[in-house]
Design a protein around this ligand. Structure first.
Ligand SMILES: [Zn+2]
Length: 423
């Protein structure tokens, strides 16, 4: 049994404000990864954990780990990221870290925990300086497959990514050695602000995240015939934009048919020649489709392709599909989802299950086979990545208590043999 040293969630809110003072300015948070301000934030975090008796280690990818040894080496991980975008908000990423600090304090003040508990500050979640998100967590998960491309990346001042990393003691060639950090991981927990409007619209403080959306992104190119806008009768035109326009409307029906949270976006259409006196010859349309279920994601794509072929025939034009990017849905662990539901119900009342649109470090950890779950706490006005990002203080405090409730259940579960067995 873990002794009942009370949590102090109000301390978390005070520390978030302290961090904001230390690393923000009038435009918001400035903790961009691989900068001095980011190092200052990491140093400050180190100080916060000094009294807990945790051991600190910075791994080969720059992730900062704080380990509280338990009776068993099998570890429950709590993660977040202290880096921010430029002019960022005061909660994104660092709420997770500071709530984790408070939970660790509570556990550390009691007797030796039955399993090891580790808090991880992932390096460069945002990818704000070099455009590559989830750097540290993808290295630890072993899914970083783009080291050759990373070598070529430069920031807006022309500094190469490998050089910036070296300044912070990270050798890009060795970053994947961080994989050993997950060897003992039995479960992974992450609290985050929602960064969207769903929980606020339901008037609920917290929700459980089911997983992250799978994404299909395509460029759909329609080809017709340029022709004079005055001399070409309507019935002989081969108008490329007509195909794109029909598809842009059809994807609403497709999303409704497939259902269960499906979203489809025609985010842009570029027309050529793009002048007022010509029928459109080429229309390049960008299409983004997302679903939490792999089969339904495939259905979204198949139905869009089917409809596009039909529209091409109706308009006597050609259509061609090119995949720009895709990722499979990443589902969180069912047992941990239940624990999260219970913890929310116990501390904050009604729970709600929702998918995550954005990717998070948790998705990388889940991909590596570690049972994972995330908690979302309500964001006001759904805003994030701006200094306007905010959450009610009472909800922040509730979120710390819920993370603690989830951690208690997870520790008991892992102690009883649940979670991933050591890799
Ligand atoms: Zn974040």
């Amino acid at each position: 049994m873990l002794a009942a040293v009370p949590l102090d969630p109000s301390r978390t809110v005070a520390e978030l404000k302290e961090l904001r003072e230390l690393t923000g300015d009038e435009n918001g948070a400035q903790r961009v990864a691989w900068t001095e301000t980011w190092e200052r934030a990491r140093e400050w975090l180190r100080g916060k954990l000094a009294e807990t008796g945790t051991e600190e280690q910075v791994d080969e990818a720059g992730n900062q780990w704080f380990t509280l040894r338990g009776a068993s080496d099998r570890a429950v991980l709590i993660g977040g990221h202290i880096d921010s975008v430029p002019n960022g908000g005061w909660l994104d990423g660092c709420l997770n870290m500071l709530a984790g600090v408070e939970v660790l304090r509570r556990i550390a003040e009691a007797a030796t925990p039955p399993v090891t508990v580790r808090l991880v500050n992932w390096a460069d979640e945002e990818g704000a300086r070099f455009g590559r998100s989830l750097f540290g967590s993808s290295a630890a998960a072993g899914s970083m497959a783009d080291q050759d491309e990373l070598r070529q990346l430069t920031d807006s001042d022309g500094v190469a990514l490998p050089d910036a990393l070296t300044e912070h003691g990270v050798d890009l060639d060795r970053a994947l050695d961080a994989r050993t950090q997950l060897d003992s991981a039995a479960a992974y927990l992450e609290l985050h602000i929602e960064q969207g409007p769903v929980l606020e619209s339901l008037d609920l403080p917290l929700g459980v995240v089911l997983g992250t959306f799978g994404v299909e992104r395509h460029r759909v190119t329609w080809r017709g015939q340029a022709a004079h806008a005055g001399s070409t009768p309507m019935d002989v035109r081969r108008d490329a934009l007509a195909g794109a326009a029909k598809l842009a409307l059809e994807i609403r029906d497709i999303a409704a048919r497939v259902g269960d949270g499906a979203v489809c976006t025609s985010g842009g259409v570029v027309c050529r020649p793009g002048i007022v006196t010509s029928v459109v010859e080429t229309a390049e349309q960008l299409l983004d489709q997302r679903h939490l279920d792999e089969t339904r994601l495939a259905a979204l794509l198949a139905q869009a392709k089917e409809a596009a072929a039909r529209f091409a025939e109706e308009e006597r034009i050609d259509v061609e599909w090119e995949r720009i990017w895709s990722i499979e849905p990443i589902l969180f662990d069912e047992t941990l989802i239940d624990f999260a539901d219970e913890a929310i119900a116990e501390i904050a009342g009604t729970s709600h299950r929702l998918p995550s649109g954005p990717l998070h470090d948790a998705a990388e950890v889940a991909r590596a086979g570690v049972p994972t779950v995330m908690l979302f706490v309500q964001s006001l006005r759904g805003l994030s990545h701006t200094k306007l990002e905010d959450t009610r203080e009472e909800h922040l405090e509730l979120s710390v208590a819920v993370l603690d409730g989830l951690a208690r259940r997870t520790i008991d579960w892992v102690a009883a043999g649940g979670g991933r067995s050591s890799g």
